[in-house]
Write a protein of this length. Structure first.
Length: 200
């Protein structure tokens, strides 16, 4: 015969699991945000490089026209033209703008699940909701999150490090949990107060 587990103990164990899932979801969400920021910054650098190299190539071409006897302008213009061709080819094959957009979309989808986990944490202490109902919501969230992860772009170690720094050191996401015990003799349960502060 299975040992009897008090209902409140079951809820606390369930709460612990949901809190863990919430933390992983928040971490992944922040990592995708950092990936998007990285690709956006890379795209900005590439665009700036294209403008600079294109400008220098134009200067070299004008120099050849006005100083046909120069030995430097033709070679410099050829090198710069090749560099511009290389940069344009890189942007075409590996589009940082498209990659940033995919990570932003993944972050947006995961943010919605993160907020749903937060709502679930707040509802765990609601005695009007049965543990079976709460478990069904958890299972639904896990299924939705699995679908998002299947098509989400991969993250790299650098983004994970930045996400960890943002969450732990810079407090981009501050999550505290407090319990205030109810005086009700009927429920004798503690209410959860979940305070979430997102600093962007």
């Amino acid at each position: 015969m299975a040992p009897f587990i008090p209902a409140e103990a079951e809820r606390l164990a369930f709460e612990s699991q949901v809190r863990e899932s919430f933390g992983r979801c928040a971490y992944t969400h922040k990592t995708h945000e950092k990936m998007a920021e990285g690709y956006t910054a890379r795209l900005g650098h590439i665009k700036l490089g294209q403008i600079v190299v294109s400008g220098l190539t134009t200067v070299g071409a004008v120099g050849v026209i006005f100083d046909p006897s120069s030995r430097y302008f033709p070679y410099a213009t050829a090198v710069l033209a090749f560099a511009l061709f290389f940069v344009n080819g890189y942007v075409k094959d590996i589009d940082p703008g498209e990659a940033a957009q995919k990570h932003r979309e993944a972050a947006s989808d995961i943010w919605n699940i993160r907020e749903a986990y937060l709502s679930l944490l707040a509802d765990i202490r609601d005695p009007s909701l049965s543990l079976a109902q709460l478990r069904q919501r958890r299972d639904d969230l896990q299924a939705q999150l699995h679908k998002i992860y299947r098509i989400a772009p991969h993250n790299n170690g650098k983004a994970y490090g930045k996400a960890q720094d943002a969450l732990k050191n810079k407090e981009d996401l501050t999550f505290t949990f407090k319990r205030n015990c109810s005086t009700s003799a009927q429920t004798r349960m503690c209410r959860a107060q979940i305070l979430l502060e997102v600093r962007k």
